[in-house]
Design a protein around this ligand. Sequence first.
Ligand code: BGC
Ligand code: BGC
Length: 605
Amino acid sequence: MVARTDRPTVATDDRIRALLASMTPAEKVGQMTQVELGSITPAEVAERAIGSVLSGGGGNPGDGSVGAWRDGVDSFVAASRRSRLGIPILYGTDAVHGHNNVVGATIFPHNIGLGATGDADLVRQVARAAALETAATGARWSFAPCLAVPQDIRWGRTYEGFSQEPTVVAALGRAAVEGWHGEHLPVDGVLACAKHYVGEGAMEWGTAGSHRQPWIDWWDGWGPDWLIDQGDIRITDEEMREVHLAPFVAAIEAGALTVMACYGTWHGRRLHADRYLLTDVLKGELGFAGFVVSDWMALEQIDADYPTAVERAIGAGVDMVMVPFNHERFIGTTLQLLDDGRLTVERVDDAVVRILRAKAAIGLLDDSPPPAVSAEVIGCDEHRSLARRAAAQSTVILSNASALPIGPATTVLAAGEALDDVGIACGGWTISWEGSPGPITPGRTMLDGLRSALGTDRVDYERDGRFGAVRAPVGVVTVHELPYVEGGGDRADLSVPGEQIDVVRRVRDHVDRLVVLVVSGRPLLLDDVLEDADAVVACWLPGTEADGIVDVLTGRVPASGSLPVSWPRSAAQVAGRTGSVSEPAAWPIGHRAGDRPAMTATGGP
Ligand code: BGC
Ligand code: BGC
């Protein structure tokens, strides 16, 4: 067991050193091992002194219900407490916009929407609420926030970044870390994970493919259409620091104790094996005292020879390896590398100390676990109203020729698949890894919001916009992207599909003023829609409380959101990185219709 003290305290570095001194090499390597929940049993976790178990996107214990989550996580944690040294595992999950694997959890807007709010206080509250819902299932580590600074919106992970502007990402990233940790980290805090270190927002179009190494046979038939994700970053050290490192500096200042490395390469050098960035810069210059976790199966990409890959990653500064499947191979390989002197005991000890330090900070080395956070917080009214406010504040009115706000007694013809679809409003990383359309979890759609605000009999909804002879003063129609995740969302063509434009045109003929809502993870090319629209509104991926968008449409909540990324006019412009194409954007970063241009992050201490 962990050494007992009279009262529960946060373990000190001395205590960690004492623990380290009593560990066998296998127990040390066990702590450095993170396994996906379906690939290990609680008994093995105890036997091998495993450091962490994770749920990837959609990787749920049991049937994914709250009860199954609590039981599932608890069985691993309890088993780890029964291991020889009793060091509890850290249970990690991708709670990237709320505890998004869990049916019934509150789903907040994806980061790009939070970026549009520019409101650090709000982001802190959102992260706190997500932390409580996560902790309520027993997980104490979230792989969030993503601190990408996306420069090319064709990238499928654009929506995971707050903004194209590093100062905004830094301010909101800092607030997110503060929210995840909360004021009582050992009691109800959830460790944040600043990811993906570093530079991913600058990946070069057409360079994707690090996941398609010839020796990795399990990628066969999967991901051949990825175009930029996991690609090569071709920027100078100066740009790397000024644009992409800056948010990590802020997150570390805010107390982040875990950092996830980035797939892909910098001028062809694998980021997971980059000693300069992982050790010299992060742990040296920035003084990061926590630990670096590798990304899902990222080590396999480093070298065809697995021992060489492990040697290079850990040697470069990776402390915990998200294996995630074959932990026996990882543990055996690492022990052999130690025996052979290809990894030093000092490096392994340093990794273990860093991992234990993070565990200590969250109270896992204290004598008795804190009382569990009540499951009642999951999807509670308070969190849902916060999510609704976040969705409202993230709404950006791009243009408005007297179509908004929609007055209280207005009759509306409503259309578009996304208007009444929780799954589309949530996007990727929701219930499953990729997300999917449909009623995947309880939530309120924009249509629900319109009906509540205007009265059910004033809102006529035809998904495809076929209204026969009916006319109304106002039409509200969505265009959208279907859910996607990571490289699966890499897309050369960001124009709106023809069948969606058809819906817009059909409704146009039946209304005096037409409001077009864009439900997407990034700007879309709107040329074909603009001529028909009297108002255009960016809704991003608002989450389960998409009725917050309607609060802005009806003027119940003032429109305060502004563009976190510039909104291109043409495909040529999309292809250029910021500022490299001279044609003006349709709308510049910071834009919102009819008022203040500048966008700055506000709020926070
Ligand atoms: C993603 C990470 C995520 C991890 C675990 C990876 O594919 O790049 O963002 O945290 O999987 O699910
Ligand atoms: C998992 C995700 C993971 C991804 C790796 C998926 O099967 O569910 O969590 O991020 O694979 O790219």
